[in-house]
Each structure stands twice: as structure tokens, then as C-alpha cells.
Design a binder for this molecule. Structure first.
Ligand code: ADP
Ligand code: AMP
Length: 213
């Protein structure tokens, strides 16, 4: 099964993608997580990506596509994947459609997690991320057992630089201008499904599971 998660930054794509990955035994591929891992490891790719990410801008398509096409070659992608944060532009979506078609494949679902902008700022300000394992929590909506420590791996939790309110506003602007058009793109392919992302995490997941069943 090949799934794309759509939605504004902070809509809950990563939270749901991890649950989908666990239930269906497919990898969760987050381009944001891959960029952050590269930044942490001080790679050339990480250095390039950081300049864009810190400003709330998108990393250029060319760099992003190179990274994701390489990821698709790994053995764990053979039975599908759930993509989180990719594609984020029409050229990225077109490149994905083309790459899949070249091997006679296609996406099964594009799931749009709908959350109004008003809710996004508090979601992002309260988000805490584990830089070791990519775990995501929220200080109010999804707290860890021990404050500041990842439940999954014991790593230290941080407020991402790009989750600070001034950067969030920019990211929302970028989302509306460059990523939201993907909703129509996938509606045109007949694979768009919408879920209400303002519900509780488990309720959103029940709605997604009903779509995928
Ligand atoms: P995205 O991957 O779309 O950027 P995340 O999955 O990281 O979003 O979620 C953003 C923040 O909102 C996180 O702190 C997460 O714990 C929290 N969150 C996710 N889903 C919900 C929900 N349904 N209700 C309340 N908070 C949520
Ligand atoms: P995310 O973790 O999905 O919120 O992504 C964090 C940041 O990484 C974004 O604000 C972008 O700067 C960058 N990024 C992640 N995925 C992509 C993508 N598909 N295209 C361009 N930039 C991306």
C-alpha cells in the first residue's frame, strides 16, 4: 500500500503516519525527519537543507527529489510506504507520479488531515520532538510520561527551531501557496480522502483505518 499524507504543518500527519506504519507494517518516510537526521550528522545535504528549514521555506525540489528517490530504492519500500511531508509541491507530486508509473505502479491513497490555521499555532508551540528517534509529542495533547524525555527511546525532547511562532506563520503561508494545490491534484487522480484532524488522535486514526480497510 502506497499512501501520501497531506495537511498543513502540525496537522498531525506524522502522528498518524507512525500509527499507519505500525498497523500495516510499511515504513513511515518523513522527508523532514531525513533532513533533520542529516543536520544532526553534519552532512553536506543537512547544511544545505538547514538554511531553508530555519526560514520556514521549502528545501529546493531538486535536492528533495534526489533524497526521496534514493530512499525508495531501499528494500523496506517493496510493499509500499506512508509518505509524510512529501510531496510538498506540484513538481514533486508530478515526479512521484512519473517515477511510480515507470515501474507500473501508483499511489493508493492521499489522505488530507484537515485542521484550520487557528489550531495550528498551539499545536506547533506545544510540539516536542525527539531528535534521536523522530518521536513527536505535545505538552498538553500528547504528553510524555517524564517531562522532556522521549517515551520511546529516552532521548531528549526539543522545541524545533521551525516551530517557533514567527517561523510557523511563514510555514503556513508556504503551505497554502505551494502545498495546498496538491489536494486538487490528488482529487483529480481520484485517490483523495479527507479526515477531520481536529478530533482526538485515536479518533482520527479510526477514520483513517476505515478508509484503508
Ligand atoms: P505534522 O507531522 O503534520 O507536522 P505532528 O504529527 O507532528 O504534525 O503533530 C503536530 C503536533 O500536534 C504534535 O505536538 C502532536 O503531538 C499534536 N497532535 C497531533 N495530532 C493531534 C490531534 N488529533 N489532537 C491534538 N494534538 C495533536
Ligand atoms: P516537516 O518535518 O515535514 O514539518 O518538515 C520540516 C521542514 O523540512 C519544512 O518546513 C521544509 O523546510 C523541509 N521539508 C520537508 N519535506 C520537504 C519537501 N518535501 N520539500 C521541501 N522541503 C521539505
Amino acid at each position: 500500500m502506497k499512501i501520501v499524507m497531506l495537511g498543513a504543518p502540525g496537522a498531525g500527519k506524522g502522528t498518524q503516519a507512525k500509527m499507519i506504519a505500525a498497523k500495516y507494517g510499511i515504513p513511515h518516510i518523513s522527508t523532514g525527519d531525513i533532513f533533520r537526521a542529516n543536520i544532526k550528522n553534519g552532512t553536506e545535504l543537512g547544511k544545505k537543507a538547514k538554511t531553508y528549514m530555519d526560514q520556514g521555506a521549502l528545501v529546493p525540489d531538486e535536492l528533495t527529489l534526489e533524497l526521496i528517490m534514493d530512499r525508495f530504492q531501499q528494500a523496506d519500500c517493496a510493499d509500499g510506504y506512508v509518505l509524510d511531508g512529501f510531496p510538498r509541491t506540484i513538481p514533486q507530486a508530478e515526479a512521484l507520479t512519473k517515477a511510480l508509473a515507470a515501474e507500473g505502479g501508483k499511489l493508493d491513497f492521499a489522505i488530507n488531515v484537515e485542521v484550520p490555521d487557528e489550531n495550528i499555532v498551539s499545536r506547533m508551540a506545544g510540539r516536542r520532538a525527539c531528535l534521536s528517534c523522530g518521536g513527536t509529542y505535545h505538552i498538553v495533547y500528547n504528553p510524555t510520561k517524564q517531562e522532556g524525555i522521549c517515551d520511546a527511546c529516552g532521548g531528549e525532547l526539543v522545541l524545533r527551531d521551525d516551530d517557533k511562532p514567527e517561523t510557523v506563520a511563514k510555514r503556513l503561508e508556504v503551505y497554502h501557496s505551494q502545498t495546498q494545490p496538491l489536494i486538487d491534484y490528488y482529487a483529480g487522480q481520484g485517490i483523495l480522502k479527507e479526515v477531520d484532524g481536529t478530533k482526538e488522535v485515536s479518533e482520527v486514526f479510526d477514520d483513517i483505518a476505515a478508509i484503508l480497510a
